[in-house]
Design a protein. Structure first.
Length: 122
């Protein structure tokens, strides 16, 4: 990213900076600066999309939690299961929460085997 763009964006904070990044128009990727702008723009647009989904789900969450007998965990599980716009991997995290399994790895990673203690080594 060139210095001028960096300076303009560094003067912004929070969502303004993200919106500024999403509005970048890097053009054809011919050098490192335009490649960086392209990547930053893509990430910012993804963030804005996910944030819109979160805001939408939060609206539903508040109404579900208001029902008698429905807590945050149950409402979250219902939203993840029922909503077609749920982010990828959310259902796997929900499955961990439903079975009280710890979330030690990301959804894409398989669980890791624990190393044997030195006292158990053969």
């Amino acid at each position: 990213m060139d210095r001028e763009t960096h300076h303009q964006l560094s003067g912004l904070s929070g969502k303004r900076r993200i919106r500024g990044c999403a509005a970048l128009r890097p053009g054809p990727v011919t050098d490192l600066a335009t490649a960086t702008k392209t990547a930053v723009r893509s990430l910012a647009r993804r963030w804005l999309t996910r944030q819109a989904e979160i805001d939408d789900l939060d609206k539903h969450l508040a109404s579900l939690v208001a029902l008698p007998g429905v807590g945050v965990d149950t409402a979250g599980q219902l939203l993840v299961t029922a909503m077609p716009t749920a982010p990828r991997g959310a259902s796997r995290w929900s499955a961990c929460a439903a079975t009280n399994q710890p979330r030690t790895t990301s959804p894409a990673e398989p669980p890791r085997a624990r190393p044997r203690p030195r006292s158990c080594a053969a």
